[in-house]
Ligand binder design. Structure first.
Ligand code: ADP
Ligand code: ZN
Length: 746
């Protein structure tokens, strides 16, 4: 009788051990590591990952062989994950404290894992005419804010909107939409995707430029690593427009010419048809992994990539797992962007995963940025990576002139608080007269960020979160930016009944009013997540701006990044202080990055461009250095501070976040964890901050406490992670999240 074979199987559940299953003879042949299998688990059957053969299980205590459950079936037509990624997933599980199965599942998009991949997308339309729908909104607003929100968004989209985008914008699940559909207010139509935003991204004509000396040096060094199949990491530091993309493209060409593939990671927000078109101009076989793909398309792309039918794969964070057969190069563009860190388990950082994956396969990594993260900058200064610098704009354009305007001084001179300084008004006026364009950046949506009661001194808070509600005038509601809950605008203070609430803090809606008051005839569009629900509206506004049909764009983050419009000569940063007030050790770094990025939008053509940064802290280093385009000066000073106060990159953080329905439960579990972490840290190996209330103390009715471990080095950090991973993620109504190298501490 042939011996029974046993399989090591990883389940996509937060249990960090592999499970052993007996393999029926009929299934032995098709079993290849990386293949998904169906297994019984408790009362359920679930899809899991076969990772290798296992020893027969040890006999139980009585000496009798333990009964091993059997594999039920093989899934898919072969392994979904190549051996290289199985190893990488195991590394992720260890480093980020998740299970191997969870890490494997993170490597493969859910659309690929689904047994029946959807070939269609659902679109929602309103059935009634706009007036009837508006009446409906008014009726629903108070009792059913989610339904009201859905209809309001649909009103902005006469041609319908993809259900996925609709639900994301409205921050709700499918259930309120289904209610509206049943009541006949909304029609949902399924159709095959004919609006793939990138299908139309035709290849952009290739312009053959002569590399600047700095570009040539960079390409030489990167090319040498690619040719030698040496896993070297490069930090390509160059101001916006210095020709970094040009270096990426030529480096990729080196890898592709050698029969290898490249992965290009870009922040989701920068994954635009323009970006893709540029790559298509250079390479024929470009795969784009974007969020609008249907499951069926995603599946097809995945197969193509695995089969080596794509030379270049472009995508956001998760594209770092693209199963290319022979990886030659990974580019991480805008490597400092926080969106490369995943905010749910596994909480990996795509930049660090890229470096690990490359080191396992002999590929090169290029991290590009005008404002590198201090982690990457420090690593380059220490020789852990190779620094390459592009000091000037490639096309010959100059950097814009940045002026800082002190808004306290401004208020005392004009005798009132204003949103747009006289200096900025003057520059805008000049620009509009010369038929030039401008952008105004204010990183806060809505009209007013709080309603303030003069009698009790409080602000109107979300009933579920410890946060002030934002007034959205267009909707006539107050909205929580954390949980999405929404309500009517109160006339008096809900706490003390005091009359007349003051509107504090300004958002993009109020800025729109302020601009209109000064420049009544200006053609402008507002870009924030309230006004832009999907890629179509985003593209259509940018298209109009590009054609010169608009004079001004104002908005949040959305306009800060990656826009390339030569017509922009004036950029205004309305309130540079917002980011500085965030209680996080990276506040200054983030502010520097944002101001530098926004400023980089100006003066890309012959016209040098002007930037006005409005602030109440005109002497803040981050602002002064950003105004001087002095990244190195900023980094040097900021690193000094970090060293002095023991923050990364001089320490490595692990955050243990505990949430619970009661404050006490969250606090005491956080205390227990902090004590365990302290007990295991030898002298000089680091310290533990907390337990302390998180800066945002309550979200969605859950109280939040944390302990932050600052480990002296990565080995200590890893030991701490292993220790914390032994705590159960759920206990006594509390939930524990272990976040390694957290991107924020709020
Ligand atoms: P970055 O990625 O750093 O923002 P790009 O590679 O997009 O910079 O280059 C900015 C602009 O300058 C592009 O229009 C590009 O075609 C052009 N450019 C790049 N390198 C050169 C060069 N060596 N000579 C002339 N123009 C260049
Ligand atoms: Zn809330």
């Amino acid at each position: 009788m042939p011996a029974v074979k046993f399989a090591a199987v990883c389940l996509p559940i937060p249990v960090r051990t592999a499970f052993t299953y007996a393999v029926p003879d009929a299934l032995v042949e098709g079993l290849v590591p990386g293949r998904r299998v169906k297994v019984p688990f408790g009362p359920r059957t679930i899809a899991a990952w076969f990772v290798g053969w296992a020893e027969p299980p040890e006999p139980g205590e009585s000496g009798k062989p333990v009964e091993t459950k059997q594999l039920l079936a093989l899934l898919d037509d072969g392994p979904l994950v190549p051996p290289e990624l199985i190893g990488l997933a195991s590394w992720i599980a260890d480093v980020y404290a998740c299970s191997w199965g969870e890490a494997l599942s993170a490597c493969v998009p859910s659309g690929v894992r689904k047994e029946t991949a959807e070939a269609t997308v659902a679109r929602a339309h309103l059935t009634g005419d706009p007036d009837a729908s508006r009446t409906l909104v008014a009726m629903l607003a108070e009792k059913h804010p989610k339904r009201a929100r859905l209809i309001r968004i649909l009103l902005d989209h006469p041609d319908g909107i993809a259900v996925r985008d609709l639900l994301r914008s409205a921050q709700c699940t499918e259930s309120p939409l289904q209610t509206l559909e049943k009541a006949g207010h909304v029609r949902i139509e399924r159709r095959t995707l004919d609006l793939d935003p990138f299908a139309g991204a035709a290849a952009e004509a290739l312009v053959d430029v002569r590399l600047t000396p700095a570009q040539a040096v960079a390409l030489d060094r990167i090319g040498a690593a690619i040719d030698a199949q040496r896993p070297e990491t490069f930090l390509l530091h160059g101001v916006t427009g210095s020709g970094k993309t040009e270096v990426y493209l030529r480096s990729i060409r080196r890898a592709v010419a050698a029969g290898r593939q490249a992965i290009v990671l870009v922040p989701e927000i920068a994954l635009t048809p323009q970006t893709v078109a540029r790559f298509r101009g250079w390479f024929e076989r470009v795969a784009v992994l974007h969020s609008a793909l249907t499951d069926a398309e995603r599946r097809r792309q995945w197969r193509d990539i695995r089969a080596g039918r794509a030379d270049v794969v472009i995508g956001p964070r998760s594209a770092v797992f693209a199963p290319v057969p022979t990886l030659g190069l990974i580019v991480v563009d805008e490597e400092h962007e926080p969106s490369f860190k995943q905010q749910s388990s596994p909480r990996y950082h795509a930049r660090d995963v890229a470096i690990e994956r490359a080191s396992r396969t002999g590929a090169a990594v290029v991290l590009g940025s005008a404002t590198p993260s201090l982690e990457s900058w420090h690593a380059a200064r220490n020789g852990q990576s190779t620094l390459l610098t592009l000091p000037t704009r490639a096309g010959g354009g100059t950097m814009p002139r940045v002026e800082i305007v002190d808004m306290v001084e401004e208020a005392s001179q004009v005798k009132r608080v204003t949103l747009i300084s006289r200096r900025l008004v003057k520059l805008l006026d000049d620009a509009f007269k010369r038929k030039r364009q401008a952008i105004l950046f204010l990183n806060r949506r809505g009209f007013a960020s709080a309603l303030f009661c003069g009698r009790c001194g409080g602000t109107v808070k979300c009933p579920r979160c410890s946060l002030s509600l934002t007034l959205h005038r267009a909707h006539g509601t107050i909205l929580c930016h954390h949980c999405g809950s929404e309500g009517p605008v109160p006339n008096s203070c809900p706490d003390c009944g005091g009359p007349g609430l003051a509107r504090l803090g300004s958002g993009t809606e109020r800025l729109e009013d302020a601009v209109r008051a000064v420049f009544p005839g200006v053609r402008m569009a507002r870009m924030d997540s309230d006004s832009m629900h999907d890629r179509e509206s985003y593209e259509s506004v940018l298209g109009a701006f590009g054609r010169g049909e608009l004079d001004l764009l104002l908005g949040t983050q959305m306009i800060a990044k990656g826009l390339h419009f030569p017509g922009i000569t004036v950029v205004g940063v309305i309130s540079a202080d917002q980011g500085l007030a965030v209680p996080d050790f990276r506040a200054a770094e983030r502010t520097f990055q944002l101001v530098a990025q926004v400023a980089g939008r100006a003066g890309r053509a012959e016209d040098p461009g002007r930037v006005v940064v409005q602030t109440i802290q005109p002497k803040h280093t981050a602002l002064l250095r950003a105004a001087a385009h002095d990244f190195e000066g900023f980094a040097a000073r900021e690193l000094e501070e970090r060293r002095k106060f023991h923050w990364p990159p001089f320490t490595r953080l692990v955050r243990a976040l505990v949430t619970a329905r009661t404050d006490d439960a969250a606090r005491s579990r956080a205390a227990e964890i902090a004590t365990a972490a302290r007990a295991m840290l030898p002298d000089g190996a680091g310290d533990v901050l907390g337990p302390s209330q998180c800066p945002i103390h309550r979200i969605r009715d859950r109280f939040r406490w944390h302990a932050v471990v600052r480990a002296a080095d990565v080995a200590v950090q890893h030991a701490v992670v292993l220790r914390l991973a032994r705590f159960s993620p759920r206990a006594g109504g509390t939930e524990l999240t272990v976040d390694v190298d957290p991107a924020d501490l709020t």
